[in-house]
Design a protein around this ligand. Structure first.
Ligand code: ATP
Length: 214
């Protein structure tokens, strides 16, 4: 199965992230989206050189941790499309490279949706993909409006009906886990194993990752 294989719903689902490190919240979100979309796999697209921030672990370490997740759960498929591309990892450019077959569904946390206007070339986004928004815990505020160019639809199952420009919210509760929380805990010498897979936790310990504060 490749990340570009559509499911019965005929969409390709992509969770892009810095994955510094990949954690239980990402895995839970990807599984929930996979099931809601009826697609057999979700691509975990590594933002190799995120434009708005720096990653603490190297691309190689972050990639290896994604591979470890996929070895245990083959329906989550790491994608290195941005690793080989030179320069900053712009989502819109990557989606433009992927477009052409089944509709693309970009999975996005509510926190990341709130920043979407700062994305490089965001005006093109609605011509490239749908958005499926993951409602991260701890948000008391009302849901933000759909970004310019996107139409709100009632549920994920409706995304396959058009090629792009629809936005749905995923109603499944998400886990209250973030990569910054994991990094902070490890830097303080705390046990973050319950927030990670066993393999990723062992890898972080074996390589001494995140021992320094970011
Ligand atoms: P950091 O804490 O360093 O900002 P992060 O935990 O948000 O990292 P990213 O790799 O930046 O992790 O996230 C990739 C995508 O996954 C983003 O769209 C983000 O909103 C989403 N995401 C991250 N954690 C969760 C979670 N617990 N539940 C749902 N979505 C999540």
């Amino acid at each position: 199965m490749t990340p570009h294989s559509p499911g019965r719903a005929g969409v390709v689902a992509i969770l892009g992230g810095t994955f510094d490190p990949v954690h239980a919240g990402h895995i839970h979100a990807a599984r929930a989206a996979r099931d809601a979309l009826g697609t057999p796999s979700v691509a975990l697209l590594l933002a190799a050189r995120p434009p708005h921030r720096s990653a603490q672990a190297s691309v190689q370490h972050r990639w290896r941790m994604l591979e470890l997740v996929a070895e245990a759960e083959p329906t989550l498929v790491p994608s290195d499309l941005q690793v080989s591309r030179p320069g900053p990892s712009y989502t819109v450019d990557t989606l433009a490279d992927m477009v052409g077959g089944s509709p693309l569904v970009w999975l996005i946390g509510r926190d990341a949706l709130a920043d979407i206007d700062s994305w490089h070339d965001v005006a093109r986004l609605a011509s490239l993909c749908h958005l499926l928004v993951l409602d991260r815990p701890g948000e008391g505020r009302p849901r933000p409006d759909a970004p310019r160019g996107f139409d709100l639809v009632d549920d994920a199952g409706q995304l396959a009906a058009r090629s792009c420009a629809s936005l749905a919210w995923l109603s499944d509760p998400m886990l209250d886990v973030s990569a910054s929380q994991v990094r902070r805990m490890i830097a303080r010498g705390q046990d973050a194993s319950t927030l990670l897979t066993d393999e990723v936790w062992s890898y972080i310990r074996a390589h001494g990752l995140y021992a320094q504060k970011s």
